[in-house]
Design a protein around this ligand. Structure first.
Ligand SMILES: *Cc1c(COP(=O)(O)O)cnc(C)c1O
Length: 357
């Protein structure tokens, strides 16, 4: 791919943050972005790295009305040796294409996605924080840009990648969060778009999250849309339980996002010494298990937080406290192992790490 470069002159580039560990999530962006356009006649074309800045779109553009939009969330890390590392980016590229297919949008060759990410990261090398815990968040996005009202797939699309230096998700340390079970709202229904990383899923989740935070809880524990009986996800993360010493996560069934952190936790489990299972999990069994002590740990898993321990779950007006509201040993072990691999401290036995440079 011939990527055209229009670079910001060095003396006009933004200053770096003094303390990357204090960076908030997703508020600061680097100097450049990658863009590529799709037209029916030419396919994907005009790959460019150019100054980060506003897009010009027609007010009738598809994305504003019918939400043809998909995105990814991944990170680049700096190792102690100064290398730039990515964690399983091929999986993100594959998932971006799965989301694109679901939203009736044109796929992008996996090699083009990876090349675009690597070339942009090389241009923005100085933005990859060198403190463990901080990283450069990568947000590939595809939108329908055709200027026309009427419900049909857009003819034209824009693929862009922006980068945001971020500190650790938990500024006050690795402490448990509290969850609110919504018996009114659901995130994804059977046959819907729950498996796709598409903006509308998140717009639809905001009201339930507002309700949770108004009640003093930090995230929503999503149940299935049909019966409101089975556990699906937590906020925008996958969820894990330790039940009678076995690691259990809800089986993927079309409504649950195929998390790469989820997949990695399942693959690491046997070598860390815990049996792992994917199955259907009824919320009533989980709550009874928490109360009896059979459920010893609960944690979320996703790129932004890596592992997010859960200290309590509120359901029908009652709090169920897990492990005395303390971070458990398995959450800690998975967090340490995953971040160790991501920052190049632990040998990469699985071939998960891509060295960008
Ligand atoms: C992105 C996301 C996840 C986590 O996926 P990772 O690949 O582990 O970052 C889980 N659930 C939802 C709804 C998501 O959007």
């Amino acid at each position: 791919m011939e990527i055209v470069r229009e670079l910001v002159p060095p003396d006009r580039r933004k200053p770096l943050f003094a303390d990357p560990l204090k960076l908030p999530f997703g508020r600061n962006f680097t100097d450049h972005m990658f863009t590529m356009e799709f037209t029916p006649a030419a396919g994907w074309q005009r790959p460019r790295i150019k100054p980060y800045g506003p897009l010009v779109l027609d007010p009738s553009a598809n994305v504003f009305h019918y939400s043809q939009e998909v995105f990814e969330g991944q990170k680049a890390y700096k190792s102690a040796k100064g290398e730039i590392l990515m964690f399983r980016p091929q999986e993100n590229a594959r998932r971006l294409n799965r989301s694109l297919r679901r939203m009736c949008m044109p796929e992008i060759p996996e090699e083009a996605i990876l090349e675009a990410e690597c070339e942009l990261l090389k241009v923005e090398e100085r933005w990859v924080p060198d403190k463990k815990g901080a990283s450069l968040y990568i947000r590939p996005t595809v939108i329908g840009t055709e200027a026309a009202l009427g419900i049909k797939p857009s003819s034209d699309y824009l693929f862009y990648i922006i980068l945001s230096p971020v500190g650790p998700y938990f500024k006050e340390g690795f402490n448990p969060v509290s969850l609110w079970v919504s018996d009114r709202y659901s995130r994804a229904g059977s046959g819907g778009t729950g498996e796709a990383k598409t903006g509308g899923n998140y717009a639809g989740s905001l009201l339930a999250t507002l309700e949770a935070t108004q009640q003093g809880y930090s995230q929503v524990l999503w149940l299935d849309a049909g019966e409101h009986r089975y556990v699906e996800e937590v906020g925008a993360m996958n969820i894990f339980f330790v039940i009678d010493g076995t690691l259990v996560t809800p089986a993927l069934g079309g409504t649950i996002l195929h998390g790469i952190t989820r997949k990695s936790v399942l693959e690491l489990a046997p070598e860390l010494g815990i049996r792992a299972e994917e199955r259907r999990l009824a919320i009533d069994d989980i709550l009874a298990g928490i109360d009896s002590g059979r459920v010893s740990e609960v944690f979320g898993a996703g790129t932004a937080a890596v592992i997010s321990p859960v200290g309590k779950i509120a359901c029908r007006g009652r709090d169920h406290v897990i492990n005395g509201n303390q971070t458990g040993p398995w959450a800690r072990k998975f967090y340490d192992t995953l971040t160790g691999i991501q920052y190049g401290e632990i040998a990469d036995k699985h071939g998960w790490v891509l060295v960008v440079r």
